[in-house]
Ligand binder design. Sequence first.
Ligand SMILES: [Fe+2]
Length: 352
Amino acid sequence: MAPNAPTPNAPTAHAVLAPLLSPAEADAVVDVWLGFPSYGLYSNESAPARFAPELAQRYDATVNFIRTGGRFGRAAEAKSMLAARTNYFRETYAYGEEITAPGIEPFFANDRLMQAARDLHGRPVVVPAIVYANILLPGQELAVHTDVPEFRGANRKVVPQWLLVVAHHSGLFDAWRMPIATIISYFGGGRGGELAYYPEGPAGPPQTYAPTHNSAMVLDTDSVFHGVDRVLGDDSAITLLRPGMRLHYEGGDRWAVRDPARPDHVVAQFGSDEVRYSLSWKAYCFADDAERLAWDSHSDDLTLGAILDGLVADLCDKGVLSSVDHGLSDAELGKLLIETYVKFPAPAPAPA
Ligand SMILES: [Fe+2]
């Protein structure tokens, strides 16, 4: 039996793949990137929460970002500007059997990525789960966070994303956890936008990876805190972004943000070398076929109720709560859970 994937506080493996693909394979990915009709804002994505709907899906990371001002402690910046910095573009290319970006199939099933996923967790049965594209504009960055993990029966469709994060950080539900390998790959140009990550845990020093075309970082992003440092360039356009706006490739090296409500109006324009493009590839990593079968057959699922009961019992054991009849609202309990279990890295001094 392969070991379980590490908890968020343990040192974890990671690897750089450079070059990631053959030149022809990389060109094919770029064709998919440029050929995709347009890219929407990630903040438009939402799913109704079944527990504490008052808390935003990534309440954990957002509150930490606003509170600290990000990795370099720029808390003095206006909250509206901080929000604009993380309001980036994202589109899903493949999700299980569903392909929304034709041409991405060879990348989704690429042998090099599959082997890197096996190597990361030491788990031989790898099932690709998703590929999505991220595009950050100059001035944008990603708050330090861990990704939304998944447990057998408990995923983002039934459990709030922040609660899945709490569940993983608590270490209480490792028996149900689906270890996931994430490969963040980069194509094209852009300045800045380094990947910052904490392979020794939140108390350890961060490392950074400066992206280059056709390269990738392999990481357990559910366990390793990570973020994206600011993309360099003129950041004046990001405050113009509004819900519903989309980023279009307009030929040559031109990109434009457009508002569907005003089709003839260009909100902002960028060159290809100004935007930072990455693909996130994620795969489930099973120890053996029996484990994969348990996932397929739902024979040993974790429920929302079991997660909440287990966490509240643990809070009582820790003395954080005096009784399971704590009288807190769902949102109050949620904030207490995040505060107790999700220990973010401390911000570093701002670069000169
Ligand atoms: Fe992430």
